[in-house]
Design a protein around this ligand. Structure first.
Ligand code: BGC
Length: 762
C-alpha cells in the first residue's frame, strides 16, 4: 500500500469516526452541514468514472465483474438478496475500491420480505395507519438483516381504474387516504431517521401519474390536467417527501407527452423546487435508455443527457450515464457541476444510512430475523384487519365450528404461492398457510373438511399482435360447459353441510404487466361458482385478488362474500379466524368496486353536473347500468352493527386551527367489533368546481357490545386546500362546506361550516 493510499484510508477512518457521532443524533434529511461537508470532501476526491459509478445501478442477475466495483464504477445493485453475496460485494467495494464507498443494495420490498404481508391495496383496506407502519418496519427488519439497504416502496400511485394491474401495489383511489398511507409506510421503512438500525431507505414511486395510464394499460401514456395532477396524483408523493422519504423513483410512461424520467418540470420544478426534496431520484428500470423509445431522445447519448438534466440522479439498469456522460462532458453538453449535483445526494444518503460504518451484516443472525414469530403474528393480524366483508345476508357468517362437514372449493382454496400476490420473491411458498390449511387447523380432526379445486387457473397472455391468433377472451360463459372437474366439485359440495368457495386471481394476474380488459373471474370460475350456488347449500365466497373483480352475479346469488385480497403468508389462518368468528371483519374498500368494467375509471370523489334539475336523465350515467358502484368506496360490513348520531362541530366557522368534528358511535350488536369512522366534506362554491365528496379524516375504533364512544376528528385548514385552475395556486377557499361522518363514502350524518377568509398555501 503506498503512502497516498495509507493517508487516504486514515482520512476515511476519520470520516467513519465522526459519522458514528452523527448516527446517534437525530438527523433528518435536510440542513445538515456536517453531512454536507463529509459528502463534499469525498466528492472532491472522486474521478469522473467514480462519480458516474455512483450514478449507476445494475441488476444483480446480470452480474458485474468485481473489477467494476473495485474501480468504483458501480454505486448500487438491485435484486441481490443473498446475505453472503451481499457481504462479499460490499467487501469488494469497501476494501478494494480506491475510495471505499459501500454499495446501496436495492430490492422490491413491496409487502414484506420473507414474511409476506397482505398486498398494499389490502393493507390500505385496514384503514389502520399504525398497522401499515408496523408492517413496513417488519419488512425493513427482515430485508436489512440480509443486507438490503433500500426498498423500492412505497408505491404511492393513485389508482382509479381496476383494469390497471398495479392497483394492487398502492393504497387505492383516494389522495387523502393515499397520503396518510404514504406517510405511515415511509415511517415504517425508514424509522425515525435515515440510518435507524433495522430500517432501510424508502423510495416513493412511480413519479408521477403512472396510475392514470390510458385504458388502464400498464406503461401506456398518461394525460392529466394540472388539476388532476396537483389534487389527485401528486399529494401522496408530497406526503412522502414531507415524511422524509430519501428516494423517489421516476416512472416509465409519458405524462402529457413528456416521459416522466425526462421530465424536468416534475423532477426539478415540483420535486426539488416546490417541495425542497433533497434525497435522490432513481429512474425506473431502463427508463433513461428508453427515452429513445418514446420518440423523445434521439439516441442513447441524448437519453442520458435528457435524464440527467431533468433530474434523474441514478440510472437503473441501463448504464446510460456511465457510457454516455464522459463524451457529453467533453462536448460541453453537461458540466462537471451538474454531474456533482447528481452524485451528491447519493453519497450523502450513503453517509446518512450509516453504510460507511456498517457495510456488512451478521450472517449468523439472518435466519432468526427471517423466521420471527412476531412477524408471523403481525402477518396474521394484518390479513384479518385487511379483509373486507362485502355481503352477509341473514348473518350467514360467522360460521359455526360445530358442524359435521365443510367443503373448501376453488382453484385458490389450497393455493400457497398464488395467495402471496405479486412481488413476493423473498417468501417461501412452503410456509404459506392456504385457506384449506387454515380451515383444517381451525376445525380440528372432528370436522370433515373436503376439498376440490373445481378448475385450474392459468394466465393466458395475449402478446400476439396478430388478430387471427387471439383467443375468445375471458368472462364469457358462452360455450362453456361444466366439465369433470366442476362436476367433482359439485359432488364434494353436495356431500358437505357448508361450502367455502375460494375464487379470484392468482399472483401473476394483478401487478406489473398485468392489466386486464375484463374484470370477470378468470377461467371457468364463474361457471364453477354458478354450479356450486345452484345446489342450495350455504355458500360463502372468499375472494383472493389484487383489484375489484366482476362479482355482480355473486352479489345477488351468494349470501356471504369476504374480500381477502392476496393475504400473504398467514392468509389461511386469518381467513379461518374471520369465517369462524374468532375475528370480526372491519376493513373498508380503498377503491370503488364497479358493477361492470365499462364504468372504469370509477371513483367516488367526482364532480357533479346536471343539465335539467327536474329531468335526471340529463346527468352523467349509463342507461344500461346503475350509475353507482356495486360497492362504494369506504364500504365494508362487520359482524357487529353500528349507529352514528349527535354530529357536532367545534365552531360554525373554520379558523386557521381547523375544526373539530365529533360524533357518537354505538355498537348496537352483541358482538365486539371495529368500525372505521370516516369524514367527508364538500366545498359548495369557489374558484373551481369541487368533488361531490372528499375524504378528509378517518379513524378505526373498537367497540364492545352496546358501547358508545364519542369520536373526534380534526380537520386542518390545509386539508381543505386544493390547487385551483382558476387562481393557479393552492388555497383553502372562503366558502360553505358540507361535512358528513359515517361508515362509508355514503355517510349520512351531516353538518355544515363556513370558511370566511381564503387562506393561500405557500
Ligand atoms: C418496476 C418498479 C420496480 C423495478 C425494479 C420495474 O419494472 O416498475 O416498480 O421497482 O422494476 O424491480
Amino acid at each position: 500500500m503506498n503512502h497516498f493510499l495509507i493517508r487516504l484510508r486514515a482520512g476515511v477512518t476519520a470520516l467513519m469516526i465522526s459519522s458514528a457521532a452523527f448516527a446517534q443524533s437525530t438527523i433528518v434529511t435536510s440542513n445538515n452541514p456536517g453531512l454536507d461537508a463529509r459528502t463534499d470532501a469525498l466528492l472532491r476526491q472522486m474521478t469522473l468514472d467514480e462519480k458516474l459509478g455512483q450514478l449507476s445501478q445494475i441488476f444483480w442477475y446480470k452480474g458485474a465483474p468485481d473489477d467494476r466495483i473495485e474501480k468504483g464504477e458501480l454505486g448500487s445493485y438491485l435484486f441481490l438478496t443473498d446475505p453472503q453475496e451481499i457481504n462479499r460485494v460490499q467487501h469488494v467495494a469497501v476494501e478494494h475500491s480506491r475510495l471505499h464507498i459501500p454499495l446501496l443494495i436495492g430490492f422490491d420490498v413491496i409487502h414484506g420480505f420473507h414474511t409476506i404481508f397482505p398486498v398494499p391495496i389490502a393493507q390500505a383496506a385496514s384503514w389502520d395507519l399504525e398497522l401499515n407502519r408496523q408492517i413496513q418496519a417488519a419488512a425493513a427488519d427482515e430485508a436489512s438483516a440480509v443486507g438490503i439497504t433500500w426498498a423500492f416502496a412505497p408505491m404511492v400511485d393513485i389508482a382509479r381504474d381496476a383494469r390497471w394491474g398495479r392497483m394492487v401495489e398502492g393504497a387505492g383511489e383516494d389522495p387523502f387516504l393515499g397520503s396518510k398511507m404514504a406517510t405511515a409506510r415511509v415511517q415504517g421503512f425508514q424509522g425515525n431517521t435515515l440510518g435507524a438500525p433495522h430500517h432501510v431507505l424508502a423510495c416513493a414511486k412511480h413519479f408521477a401519474g403512472y396510475g392514470a395510464a390510458v385504458g388502464g394499460r400498464d406503461y401506456d401514456a398518461v394525460y392529466l390536467s394540472d388539476t388532476e395532477l396537483q389534487n389527485v396524483y401528486l399529494p401522496p408523493f408530497h406526503a412522502a417527501v414531507e415524511a422524509g422519504v430519501g428516494c423517489i423513483m421516476s416512472a416509465y410512461m409519458d405524462i402529457n407527452d413528456v416521459p416522466a424520467s425526462g421530465n424536468r418540470y416534475l423532477l426539478h420544478d415540483v420535486l426539488r423546487g416546490d417541495w425542497h426534496f433533497n434525497g435522490f431520484v432513481v429512474s425506473d428500470a431502463w427508463a433513461v435508455y428508453n427515452l429513445t423509445a418514446h420518440g423523445f431522445a434521439s439516441d442513447p447519448s441524448d437519453a442520458a443527457l435528457r435524464g440527467i438534466t431533468a433530474g434523474v440522479n441514478m440510472d437503473m439498469g441501463s448504464d446510460s450515464y456511465l457510457h454516455n456522460l464522459p463524451k457529453l462532458l467533453e462536448e460541453g453538453k453537461v458540466t462537471e457541476q451538474e454531474i456533482d449535483a447528481a452524485v451528491r445526494p447519493i453519497l450523502r444518503t450513503k453517509f446518512e444510512l450509516g453504510l460507511f460504518e456498517h457495510p456488512y451484516v451478521d450472517e449468523s443472525k439472518v435466519d432468526a430475523a427471517l423466521h420471527n414469530p412476531e412477524h408471523s403474528a403481525l402477518a396474521r393480524e394484518a390479513a384479518v384487519r385487511s379483509a373486507v366483508l362485502l355481503r352477509n345476508e341473514g348473518g350467514q357468517l360467522p360460521l359455526s365450528k360445530h358442524i359435521h362437514s365443510i367443503a373448501v372449493i376453488g382453484p385458490l382454496a389450497d393455493a400457497h404461492k398464488e395467495i402471496q400476490g405479486s412481488w413476493s420473491f423473498g417468501g417461501d411458498p412452503k410456509e404459506v398457510v392456504s385457506v384449506l390449511d387454515g380451515i383444517r387447523t381451525k376445525l380440528g380432526p372432528t370436522v370433515e373438511v373436503h376439498y376440490a379445486a373445481g378448475t385450474t387457473l392459468q394466465r393466458e397472455d395475449q402478446p400476439s399482435l396478430n388478430p387471427d391468433k387471439l383467443s375468445p377472451g375471458v368472462g364469457s360463459l358462452a360455450g362453456q360447459e361444466p366439465d369433470a372437474s366442476i362436476n367433482e366439485a359439485v359432488a364434494v359440495a353436495k356431500a358437505s353441510d357448508q361450502v367455502v368457495l375460494v375464487l379470484g386471481e392468482k399472483d401473476d394476474m394483478s401487478g406489473e404487466y398485468a392489466s386486464r380488459a375484463s374484470l370477470a373471474l378468470p377461467g371457468k370460475q364463474q361457471l364453477l361458482l354458478e354450479a356450486i350456488a345452484a345446489i342450495g347449500k350455504p355458500v360463502t365466497l372468499v375472494l383472493v385478488n389484487g383489484r375489484p373483480l366482476d362479482i355482480t352475479w355473486a352479489s345477488t346469488h351468494v349470501p356471504a362474500i369476504l374480500e381477502a385480497w392476496f393475504p400473504g403468508t398467514q392468509g389461511g389462518n386469518a381467513i379461518a379466524d374471520l369465517l369462524f368468528g374468532d375475528a370480526n371483519p372491519g376493513g373498508k374498500l380503498p377503491v370503488s368496486w364497479p358493477r361492470n368494467v365499462g364504468q372504469e375509471p370509477l371513483y367516488y370523489n367526482r364532480n357533479l353536473s346536471q343539465v335539467h334539475e327536474d329531468s335526471p336523465k340529463f346527468a352523467s350515467y349509463y342507461w344500461d347500468e346503475p350509475q353507482f358502484p356495486l360497492y362504494r368506496f369506504g364500504f365494508g360490513l362487520s359482524y357487529s352493527s353500528f349507529t352514528f348520531s349527535n354530529l357536532k362541530l367545534s365552531s360554525p366557522t373554520l379558523t386557521s386551527d381547523g375544526i373539530v368534528v365529533s360524533i357518537d358511535v354505538k355498537n348496537t350488536s352483541g358482538t365486539a367489533g371495529e368500525e372505521v369512522v370516516q369524514l367527508y366534506t364538500h366545498q359548495r362554491f369557489g374558484s373551481a368546481s369541487r368533488p361531490a365528496r372528499e375524504l378528509k379524516g378517518f379513524t378505526r375504533i373498537s367497540l364492545q357490545p352496546g358501547e358508545t364512544k364519542t369520536i373526534t376528528l380534526h380537520v386542518a385548514a390545509k386539508d381543505l386546500s386544493f390547487w385551483s385552475p382558476g387562481t393557479r395556486q393552492r388555497a383553502t377557499e372562503a366558502s360553505t362546506y358540507d361535512v358528513w361522518v359515517g361508515d362509508s363514502s355514503m355517510a349520512v350524518e351531516h353538518a355544515q361550516f363556513d370558511v370566511t377568509t381564503t387562506m393561500v398555501q405557500r
